[in-house]
Each structure stands twice: as structure tokens, then as C-alpha cells.
Design a protein around this ligand. Structure first.
Ligand code: B3K
Ligand code: ZN
Length: 875
């Protein structure tokens, strides 16, 4: 379908189907270009369906070979078929069986949706609408069916044949073929169907559930990579245990398999009992993966596993409800990682992601509610708003209800809706029911887009602190005049001694949370023995912009003493942000230094051995260029932002050099590598300092030394990125890059780091280098990981390189979007989102980028995916 004839789908148009499909039997005969799929569907009419109502199923690029009802092949007058649709004009009344045979071409499938070949391995991706590329079906999440699957394939090329559920039977056939039959007893929507066939190694283990059942666990990887699955397996077992302990959720099949493939559009997929993963989120050993990679594996493995209950057992009624499973499951994986690692450090990292990715989305032309009400292409709504803001909304429910009631609400949700396809209303009703609270106004979090701003005016007099709170929600595309939201503001009051002060609360306050619900509201806090310093929005309790008139001294005081570490970091970050934005605006000073007071404050934090190294490392990081651009909001000059930020860092490095050297030495981790939070935190601080020391010493030697001596990938990349980012032209940088290429040149996944680090060298020269790197034998626009490593890194994380004032960066991205769009529209659409903040750029760059967006939109045969993103971006 092309852009002009695509419909807009609307939430209010939801209607159940005319028929239900209770059972689905599938039979695959795998072949690279001519796979035959036979389906046998058990259909029954709904209560209100009139006898003879046509059966209309969807397809996508399908070739129909035959169709039969109750065992009788249909004559051509009885049905009509196109690659996109199969209609049986007059089905019999009552229950009936439909048998459909289609032919598909996995090798040609470079959209990576449906059944495709990834490096010789057959695999599927069906969420949200891939199943229609396999056979005609009701491809929508509210059709729950019991699946039984027979797979037949070549025994030598595809010795491993997997599908959902439990293995019933295997056997040999003639001509070197063999088969396997799988059955999944849990009714599920077709987007959770999965199939894998290939020559794979496996890493086996088992898990005994809380009721004593033994589950077989397997992680399947490409040949030769078996030992790299150990950490993923360890993470899986920890996640299974955690879900039992924290949410009472037990695994429900005898087998749980994970397969890692190298061509995958996103991170991973939660197919029932057979998760399929981008190998980036499975494969790790100390020599190939950084601490960040390990944490990512732990998070994604857990996320997909947690979907077994929040997504698979209870799924979404329609795709508008996507956040029902995604927001909730992100919340659950965030909690898991917080329990496995340091809670405040983890929360700070999540808040940073929210501010760097979600806040700009919410402030730009692609802003949409956590539950969108309309879409042209659902794939474009797998966004940070649905995922991360969706998780924040669940977190707010938890903040307002507390541990116990929140758990009761979750228990009720699992009990009431197990085996159903639900809506957000169903979910929230569970919390309303267990707490007796009215959540109707809270639902606005799912309806209204845009990051609310809360402004606080505070006055202290005679033991009473008065807070005048005002909230506004900005206009966003298609939405204006918004209503006030329910905003939980966790808070504390700090006394002069730096300790939390007791107080007497008035009735808006419960458990140290002010729940704001009106546009303007006044809150009194009484019985204070002295004027307190207010610490508001502790733990970042709501996804808002907080505007509080606060002196730099109060901010610095909180950075020192706040008992909430998230707010400690937040106040330091605010101080840094303020100073940077001021310095960026003052064009009279080309190389401004960080204000001395701020340097002293950071020094004290760096010096404080009682603080976790990971936290100290976060405190050394200045707000990112993207955050600064968002704070400035208009006429953004990325070069200026970069230069001022670097110059601040250089002044801090000069000031703290001795102290940094001292801490650097103390952060050495000895002995066997462990990816656990504590040693990883030490490495994080050490490598952050390495960057500063390079600025102070103005020589590549220390980083080169670090690179050469590294005995794990975190330290190797620590050295390499400093060399490449700060001393790009030196022999040391060149030598390290070529050494890296020699070591890992036959491991594309590891080489992604090599591509990324070079794509993110600041400045205008990088563009040509990126073009050169695109010719590298390992690079291919056909593989999403490679494209993300080089192109997405360049466009999303290289503000000066991509935003070259001559517009050549934009032109390159536009060219690539148009090329990729021909094969993989989903990936092309993702690349298009990197242009979303174009309106905040200074006029020259703005017009160059606009030109490219318009060029993309005019291209013939543009996909709906890209056309949707680009036309919304242009506004
Ligand atoms: N549910 C999948 C995402 C599917 C994306 C399709 N474009 C992975 C996840 O969020 O767990
Ligand atoms: Zn998910």
C-alpha cells in the first residue's frame, strides 16, 4: 500500500470480529524461497453474527494456493483473494473449519516481519502485524487461539525446529527431511506465534518454579557462540525467581526457549515460550561486551520474560492499548534491575533516558498520548512515550497507592483478566477497586500528550511553609486546552543540619506525597521548627518539568545533603544546566569555564568515599547536548553547545586533575571480571575520569595505555572512545582502531562498537568518514544492527557532525532513509525520527533539514511508515 490510500485507524472504531478462532493448526514446509504454509482454523460465529456473514481475513504479500471449508475445496466463485485479503463469501452457519494453503518467500523478506531468513536461520517476527505475511488470519490481538504447529525442514540445514509451547513429537522423513510438532495450550493472539529453524548451538539449564515444577531452559545461538549465552541464562533464572517473589507469577509451560538472531528490527520479542532476540541482547563475554551491554542483556531478558504474564497471559484488546503491556513491563523490568543493582543509580539512569529521549519526543511534532487514539502505521507507535512514559504512569500508581495496595491491584489484575485481551480501563479499574480511589482524572495520563510543567512558589512564615503550585500541559499536535492532571509529588524538607525535618501535613499530603490535581493549588506544611529547604519530586515521582524558583545556594545545599539521591543528582544537574545555558547564550566568551562554586561542589562529591562510584560517575557527567538543546528550545546552534560544554569539562578537568588521579587509581578493579553493579560502578567512574584526565593532560598517552592494558571490553572501549573522540588524528587513535579491527574483524556484533565510536567523533569531518565506513566489508544497510551502529549513532548522537551547517549530514540521512525504505520500512521510519527536533534549530540548519524532509516526502513509492513519520514531523 502506498501513502495516499492508507486508512487512519481509530480507537473508537473498535469492533469485535464476526467469528472466533478457537484452534489454529499450522503446518510449515520450510524452503528458502518457496515455503508452504497450511493452516487449519476452527471458526465459530459470535453470538450476534448473522448466518452466512462473509469471513474476511487479512494477508500481506501472500500467494494463495488453495482454500477449503469443512474439507471441501472452494470453487473460485465462493471466495475472492488478493495478496492482502481473503474473503469467503458465504461460510456455513455454526462452527466450521477453514483450511488455507499459502506460499511465502522467507529469503526475499527483508522487512524482517513474518517468516524470514536471518543469516541462514528461519525465524519469525509477528508483532504487531507480521502474521498476515505467513497466512491469512484475523491478525489482531483480541483473537486468542490455541496453536499447534508442525514444522518440516531439511535435517542437515535445519536440525533445530522450534515453536511455542511444548514439544509433542519429532521424526524423520524421506529425502533428508525431518519434522517437529509443538503445541501451546495457552490461547494466544497470532502476534505471539513464533517459529525457528536452523543449525544452532544451545546452552541448556533448568529452573524449578515456586510450586516445584522443573522447567527446561534453552538459549539457542549461532554456531560457535554457545559460551556467550551464559550471562543471559543467569539473568533469565534471576528474572524468573524475582517475578515469583515480587509479583507471585510462576512460569506456566515445561519449556522456555530463547533464540538469538543477527537480523532483527528491535531488541527482542516475547513470543509465548519462545522468545526471539536480537543477538546483541544475548551474547556476552568479558572480551566482547561492556558493562553497559551486560546490564542491557539483564534488562531485556527480564523484560521479555515478564511479558509472559503482562502481555502473553493478559494481552491487549487492540494496538491502541500497547502501553498496557509495554509500559507495565518496562516498569517491571526497571524494578527488577533496581533490585539487582543500585536502586538510586538505576533510577537516575532511567530518568536520564526519559529526559534525553521521551521529553524531546513529547515536546516535538511526533508527540502523542501514552495511549494514542489514532494511527496510520502502528509500528511507528513503539515509542519511548508508550514504553518509558507508560512505565512512569504505572510508577505513579505505585507512588500513590504504596507497596501493599499496588500489589493487591496487580494481583486482582492477574486474577480477573487472566486469558483475556484487555484495555487500559480494565487495568486501572483494578487499582481503583482495591483502593477505593477514583482514577478517572488520572486516566488523563493516557489521553493527554505533552510533558506537564509544575511551577512552585514557596513562602515560609512562622513555622508554616506555603506552596503555591500551578500546573500546565502544553499544546501538542491535535490537542490543545488540556485539563489538569493528577500529579504525585514526593517530597521532603531538609533542615540546616541536612536531615529530613518532621512536619504536620494538611490534607493533600499522604506518605510524603503531595497529590496535585487542580490547575492551581495551595499546600500548607506546618509545625516547622526552622525554614526548610524543600526537596520536591523525590525519586522523580512524576514525568514533569518542575519549575521552582530556587537559589543556587539551595540547589548546592541539596546536591550535598538531600537524603534522596535522585534529587541530589537532579539538583546538581540543574545547577550545571543553568550555568551551561547561560554560558552558551553569552557569545562574548568563546571558552567559558565552569563556575568555581560548581567545581568545588563536584569536587566534594568526587571526594566522598561514602558515595557509590557509579553515583559519583553520574555526578561528573554534564547534561547532554540534546538536553541542553531542549532547555534552550529555539535557535539552537549545536556547535556552540558542544564547544561550551567541552570548555566547561576542560576547566573542571584542570581544577580536579590531582584529585581525579587519586580516585582513578583507587578505582582499579583487580582479578576476575564480574559484570555486577559494584565493580561495574568502579569502572564507570574510572572511565569517566579517564576522559577528564585526557582533557587536562592534552595527550592521548593515558587513554592509549588504558586501551592496551584493558582485560575487558568496558575498559577497552573506555580507552578507545577517549582516543577516538579527543585525539582522532593521532597515531595512537589510529593504532587502537586498527588493533580493534584486527581483533574483532570477524565478529560483526562487536565491530558495531567500532563503527559507533567513529560515527560519534564530533565535527564536520565525520560525515565523509561515515561515508567511507559504509564501504567497509562488514557494513551493510541490510542489517539493522549495522545500520543503527553507524547511521543511527551518527544522526542521533553526533550533534555537531549530523547538524553540519551545510546540511550535508541531513542529505546523507535522507539518502539512507530512501534506500533502506525499499527493503525495511520499519527501520527507515526509525531513522526518520532523528529529525524530529528540527524546529528548534537555528534558521539555516532548519531550512536545510526541512528541504530534505520534503525531498523524502516527494519520493515515489515511499512506505506508509516513513511517510507517516515525515509528514507528522513537518507538521
Ligand atoms: N513487543 C516487542 C516489540 C515489537 C515491536 C514491533 N515493531 C518487544 C518488547 O517490547 O518487548
Ligand atoms: Zn515489551
Amino acid at each position: 500500500m502506498t501513502k495516499s490510500d492508507t486508512p487512519v485507524y481509530r480507537l473508537e472504531d473498535y469492533k469485535p470480529t464476526d467469528y472466533a478462532i478457537s484452534h489454529t493448526e499450522l503446518d510449515f514446509s520450510l524452503h528458502p524461497t518457496e515455503t508452504i504454509v497450511k493452516s487449519k482454523l476452527s471458526l465459530s460465529p459470535r453470538k450476534n453474527t448473522k448466518p452466512g456473514t462473509p469471513l474476511v481475513l487479512v494477508g500481506d504479500e501472500l500467494k494463495l494456493l488453495s482454500v477449503a471449508i469443512n474439507g471441501h475445496e472452494l470453487a473460485s466463485k465462493d471466495y475472492s483473494a488478493t495478496p492482502e485479503k481473503l474473503e469467503i463469501h458465504t461460510p456455513p452457519s455454526g462452527n466450521f473449519i477453514v483450511q488455507i494453503t499459502t506460499q511465502i518467500n522467507p529469503k526475499k523478506n527483508r522487512q524482517l516481519m513474518g517468516l524470514y531468513l536471518s543469516n541462514g536461520v528461519y525465524c519469525t517476527q509477528n508483532e504487531p502485524q507480521g502474521f498476515r505475511r505467513i497466512t491469512y488470519f484475523y491478525d489482531r490481538p483480541d483473537i486468542l487461539s490455541v496453536f499447534k504447529t508442525r514444522i518440516e525442514a531439511d535435517e542437515k540445514n535445519e536440525p533445530v525446529l522450534l515453536s511455542n509451547g511444548n514439544l509433542l513429537e519429532t521424526g524423520k522423513l524421506e529425502n533428508g527431511r525431518h519434522y517437529a510438532i509443538w503445541e501451546d495450550p495457552h490461547p494466544k493472539p497470532c502476534y505471539l506465534f513464533a517459529l525457528v529453524g536452523g543449525a544452532l548451538d544451545h546452552y541448556d539449564d533448568s529452573f524449578t518454579t515456586m510450586s516445584g515444577r522443573k522447567v527446561k531452559l534453552g538459549i539457542y545461538v549461532e554456531k560457535g557462540k554457545r559460551e556467550r549465552a551464559a550471562y543471559a541464562m543467569d539473568s533469565l533464572k534471576r528474572a524468573m525467581r524475582w517475578d515469583e517473589e515480587k509479583f507471585g507469577r510462576e512460569y506456566d509451560l515445561d519449556i522456555f526457549n530463547i533464540v538469538a538472531v543477527s537480523d532483527f528490527n528491535m531488541g527482542a520479542m516475547e513470543n509465548k515460550g519462545l522468545n526471539i532476540f536480537n543477538d546483541k541482547y544475548v551474547l556476552a563475554n568479558p572480551d566482547t561486551a561492556t558493562d553497559f551491554d551486560y546490564a542491557g542483556i539483564e534488562r531485556v531478558i527480564a523484560h521479555e520474560y515478564f511479558h509472559n504474564w503482562t502481555g502473553d497471559r493478559i494481552t491487549c484488546r487492540d494496538w491502541f492499548q500497547l502501553c498496557l503491556k509495554e509500559g507495565l513491563t518496562v516498569y517491571r523490568d526497571q524494578e527488577f534491575s533496581s533490585d539487582q543493582r543500585s536502586r538510586p543509580v538505576h533510577r537516575i539512569s532511567d530518568v536520564r533516558v526519559l529526559k534525553i529521549a521521551q521529553f524531546p519526543e513529547d515536546a516535538g511534532p511526533l508527540a502523542h498520548p501514552v495511549r494514542p487514539r489514532q494511527y496510520r502505521e502502528i509500528n511507528n507507535f513503539y515509542t519511548t512515550t508508550v514504553y518509558e512514559k507508560g512505565a512512569e504512569v504505572v510508577r505513579m500508581v505505585h507512588t500513590m497507592l504504596g507497596d501493599e495496595l499496588f500489589r493487591k491491584g496487580m494481583d486482582l489484575y492477574f486474577q480477573r483478566h487472566d486469558g483475556e485481551a484487555c484495555t487500559i480501563e480494565d487495568f486501572i479499574a483494578c487499582f481503583a477497586d482495591v483502593s477505593g480511589r477514583d482514577f478517572s482524572q488520572f486516566m488523563l495520563w493516557y489521553e493527554q500528550a505533552g510533558t506537564p510543567t509544575v511551577t512552585v512558589d514557596s513562602h515560609y512564615k512562622d513555622g508554616v511553609l506555603t506552596l503555591d503550585l500551578t500546573q500546565t500541559v502544553p499544546d501538542t499536535p491535535g490537542q490543545s486546552d488540556k485539563k489538569p492532571m493528577v500529579i504525585p509529588l514526593s517530597f521532603g524538607l531538609l533542615g540546616k543540619n541536612g536531615k529530613d525535618m518532621p512536619y504536620q501535613a494538611d490534607n493533600h499530603i499522604e506518605n510524603n506525597v503531595i497529590v496535585l490535581s487542580e490547575a492551581k493549588q495551595t499546600v500548607h506544611i506546618r509545625d516547622l521548627k526552622e525554614k526548610p529547604v524543600l526537596s520536591l519530586l523525590r525519586g522523580f515521582s512524576a514525568p514533569i518539568n518542575l519549575k521552582m524558583e530556587e537559589s543556587d545556594d539551595d540547589l548546592a545545599f541539596r546536591a550535598h545533603f538531600d537524603t534522596d539521591e535522585v534529587n541530589r543528582w537532579e539538583s546538581l544537574n540543574k545547577l550545571m544546566g543553568k550555568a551551561l545555558v547561560n554560558a552558551i547564550a553569552d557569545r562574548s566568551n568563546e571558552k567559558p569555564a565552569m563556575p568555581e562554586k560548581l567545581q568545588t561542589l563536584i569536587e566534594a562529591l568526587l571526594d566522598d568515599d561514602t558515595l557509590e562510584p557509579a553515583f559519583r560517575s553520574l555526578c561528573l557527567q554534564l547534561p547532554s547536548e540534546i538536553e541542553l538543546a531542549r532547555m534552550i528550545g529555539h535557535d539552537v546552534d549545536p556547535d556552540r553547545i558542544y564547544n561550551v560544554r567541552q570548555s566547561f569539562m576542560k576547566s573542571l578537568a584542570d581544577h580536579l586533575k590531582q584529585k581525579m588521579l587519586h580516585v582513578f587509581d583507587k578505582m582499579k578493579t583487580e582479578g576476575h571480571y564480574s559484570p555486577k553493579a559494584e565493580p561495574a560502578g568502579k569502572r564507570a567512574l574510572k572511565n569517566t575520569i579517564l576522559g577528564y584526565l585526557a582533557l587536562a593532560e592534552a595527550t592521548p598517552l593515558r587513554a592509549f595505555e588504558a586501551y592496551k592494558k584493558a582485560d575487558n571490553m568496558t575498559d577497552r572501549m573506555g580507552g578507545l572512545s577517549v582516543l577516538v573522540h579527543l585525539f582522532n588524528e593521532t597515531n595512537e587513535a589510529k593504532e587502537a582502531l586498527s588493533d580493534f579491527e584486527k581483533r574483532y574483524g570477524n565478529d560483526p556484533l562487536v565491530m558495531d562498537k567500532w563503527f559507533s565510536v567513529q560515527a560519534t567523533v564530533h565535527g564536520e569531518k565525520t560525515l565523509d568518514h561515515v561515508k567511507e565506513l559504509m564501504k567497509h566489508p562488514l557494513f551493510s544497510l541490510d542489517n539493522p544492527n549495522r545500520t543503527r551502529a553507524l547511521i543511527a549513532s551518527f544522526a542521533a548522537s553526533n550533534q555537531t557532525g549530523f547538524n553540519r551547517v551545510d546540511g550535508e549530514g541531513y542529505k546523507l540521512l535522507a539518502d539512507i532513509i530512501l534506500t533502506v525504505d525499499k527493503e525495511n520500512p520499519q527501520l527507515a521510519a526509525r531513522l526518520s525520527t532523528f529529525t524530529r527536533s528540527w524546529k528548534q534549530l537555528e534558521p539555516k540548519r532548519q531550512s536545510k533539514l526541512k528541504e530534505q524532509l520534503e525531498r523524502i516526502l516527494k519520493a515515489p513509492k515511499l512506505s506508509v511508515d516513513v511517510s507517516d513519520i515525515v509528514s507528522r514531523t513537518l507538521g
